[in-house]
Design a protein around this ligand. Structure first.
Ligand code: S3P
Length: 194
């Protein structure tokens, strides 16, 4: 049975940021965590700590399939943490066990940071980080199209097109508040308290 990422049961304990490379997950994550008073975790950094290698070196030395297994195991550990904002690597949702966890775990709210593929590639080219998959630009549209329906199953989707990282964090926070997934910090008690 296909897993959908949409449902969240129980009070939210963690927000998981999804989206393609260049969506802004690792940049927006800490800004959103600050607004929530939560802790930020980046799945790629956690993989690097665990492997004792950079992500490009894991790809180079062990291959993409080994990276995906390491990624799924690392994410399973991160998803046990409460009061957390967690940025996943762009390909994490392709692993069935990660999708299964995201959809079944009480308190997990998924947020898809959306933008045009061209915009995200431009952002990647401006950033300093090395991304192994950017070495084959021709394969990116197919990867993106394969993943898009998985990202679109997130609890909440926010368009990041033309927005600064702070504006995206504000937009995500207000979407969570509108859906009563977080308390209104301005003082209203109508939101669910985390
Ligand atoms: C990947 C995205 C990267 C990183 C790895 C593979 C992907 O993370 O996990 O290079 O398959 O899209 P970002 O989405 O944070 O760039």
């Amino acid at each position: 049975m296909p897993h959908t990422l949409r449902s969240i049961s129980g009070p939210p304990q963690r927000v998981v940021l999804l989206g393609f490379m260049g969506a802004g997950k690792s940049t927006v994550g800490p800004l959103l965590a600050a607004r929530l008073g939560w802790t930020f975790h980046d799945a790629d950094r956690a993989i690097e700590e665990r492997a004792g290698l950079s992500v490009p070196d894991v790809f180079r030395l062990h291959g993409e399939a080994a990276f995906r297994e390491m990624e799924a195991e690392t994410i399973a550990g991160l998803l046990e943490l409460d009061q957390s904002v967690i940025a996943l690597g762009g390909g994490a949702v392709e692993h069935p066990s990660t999708r299964s966890l995201l959809s079944s775990q009480a308190g997990t709210c998924t947020v898809f940071l959306d933008a045009q593929l061209e915009t995200m590639i431009d952002r990647c080219n401006l950033s300093t980080g090395v991304r192994p998959l950017l070495q084959n630009l021709n394969a990116l549209p197919e990867r993106y199209l394969r993943r898009l329906p998985l990202y679109q199953q997130a609890t909440v989707t926010v368009s990041t097109e033309g927005l600064s990282p702070d504006a995206v964090a504000d937009a995500v926070f207000s979407r969570l508040r509108d859906r009563e997934l977080v308390a209104d910090r301005a003082g209203s008690e109508k939101g669910r308290t985390l």
